[in-house]
Design a protein around this ligand. Sequence first.
Ligand SMILES: [Zn+2]
Length: 226
Amino acid sequence: MQVTRVMQAVGTGIADILFPPFCVGCDASGAWVCPSCHGSVFSLQQDVPPVPGIDRVAACVPYGHPLVQRVIKAIKYDRATCLGPTLAEWMRITRDHRTEPWPWAGASSLTIVPLPSDATRKQARGLDHTMWIAEWVQRTLLPWAPIVPALERVREVPPQARLGSDVLRHANVDGVFGLVRPLDGPVVLVDDVMTTGSTLQEAARIMRASGARPVYGFVIASGRTV
Ligand SMILES: [Zn+2]
């Protein structure tokens, strides 16, 4: 798809001269996410429900918003690295408007652990999108915290989004991760989206067993699709 190639090419820094940006949400020219669409995301309030087995989870934007879904899918499936600054902006706005401190506030150390993408899909996409998101999290919010890919996928599973029930989603991720490197101390798991929390819970279980505590979560978007 030509649009996809343009969005990938912008990461190289040349295509934005040839192809001016257009809004992922409404096709308006001038920016990858226009001010109007950007504002509509933050007019929606959301709470992140408690996830058993994880100390606390922070999120930036609601996954139910169509623009958020388009941004996440463009990154995940179309390698739209031009949307990195949009994620950073969402993180900064969230930071500036949170009524509570970040879950990890006060921790003297913290390790960022990206949830590993499925190896086959990662290869097809050419972008390890959760590691890429973790790098944006580090750059924007946690410049003092190292990123350690402490987990790996040990089996491939159907995408969670295709499974209808919570029971199926929990069963789907059981044993999906293996430990590459044990960690102790506070850890924040980073993923693109949290829906039921099953994937984060399974990753937290492995990290806790290795000695990490507390285990927090950070996702760009949370909530079910509407
Ligand atoms: Zn727009």
